[in-house]
Design a binder for this molecule. Structure first.
Ligand SMILES: O=C(O)CCC(=O)C(=O)O
Length: 267
């Protein structure tokens, strides 16, 4: 494989393994702007209001979306990320933004059982990739709570919670990711099974910041997850460089009608 860097190889392996770790992917200047925005998002209750609005009607919306915060908007359309996603081994040339969540978890916070996040109701194929970009603003260390993934598990057609009985237990073949510098990103095929473990060893004093943004290859209608999804996309369409260079990135036509969580069919 002469001329192929380690990075190229890892990108080529993405379709098979379903994850790609990008240590220090985000510039410090962007991370420095994101952290206070996440603090404000959590401390003022805006995050909770955005969650509460998920149980309201489609014409209701929370007072603010993450994309309306300047650094979060910049993150959603961060050019090196979009350029990487357009690689044929990831999403390919045409993809659409799906959603972005921003959170700060307290030191020593709880884990989250094995699950995946591929949006399809019911789960029936893996014809088109969806990718979650997990941005760890403060990095990841065992004392913050690690991420573990099951490489290759995105090929299995399974409901999101099919492995939840495993809790956050160690699984054969898993990869644990717990040593990342500030501003690191992990790309996951959204159907890969993964878990967040509670902190191990001495718990870090600092909170755990994670912003996750997801994107889908176009070609079939994707189910929206929030009733106010159209308003979020409308904000996205105002962002530069989305307007000029990525005309499909916030286009409504790549989505199916919104179905509330309680009415979504499962297998
Ligand atoms: O917090 C993490 O590291 C992973 C979060 C996660 O699995 C999720 O939000 O679906």
């Amino acid at each position: 494989m002469s001329g192929c860097t380690d990075f190229d190889t890892r990108v080529k392996d993405f379709p098979e393994l379903g994850f790609l770790v990008l240590p220090g992917f985000l510039p410090a200047s962007l991370v420095d702007r994101l952290v206070p925005e996440v603090d404000r998002w959590v401390d003022t209750g805006l995050r909770q209001l955005s969650i509460d609005a998920c149980s309201l009607a489609e014409d209701a919306a929370p007072p603010k979306f993450e994309l309306q915060m300047a650094a979060h908007g910049d993150l959603a359309v961060y050019a090196p990320l979009l350029e990487l996603l357009r690689d044929e081994n990831l999403l390919g040339p045409s993809f659409v933004f799906h959603h972005l969540h921003s959170d700060r978890r307290p030191p020593g916070g709880a884990g989250k059982s094995w699950h995946h996040d591929y949006e399809q109701h019911p789960q029936q194929d893996r014809a088109l990739p969806m990718i979650h970009a997990l941005h760890y603003l403060g990095g990841l260390r065992p004392g913050m709570g690690s991420l573990a993934v099951l490489p290759g598990s995105h090929h299995q057609i399974a409901e999101k919670d099919e492995r939840s009985a495993l809790g956050t237990d160690w699984q054969p073949g898993e990869e644990t990711i717990d040593d990342l510098p500030r501003g690191s990103t992990v790309l996951l095929h959204s159907a890969i099974f993964h878990t967040r473990r509670a902190a191990r060893g001495p718990v870090e004093a600092a909170p755990r910041y994670m912003v996750d943004a997801s994107y889908c290859t176009t070609g079939a209608p994707w189910p929206p997850v929030k009733p106010y999804w159209r308003s979020v996309l409308a904000v996205g369409r105002t962002l530069e460089p989305a307007r000029a260079q990525w005309p499909e990135l916030f286009a409504e036509r790549h989505f199916s009608p919104y179905v509330p969580r309680t009415q979504r069919p499962s297998a």
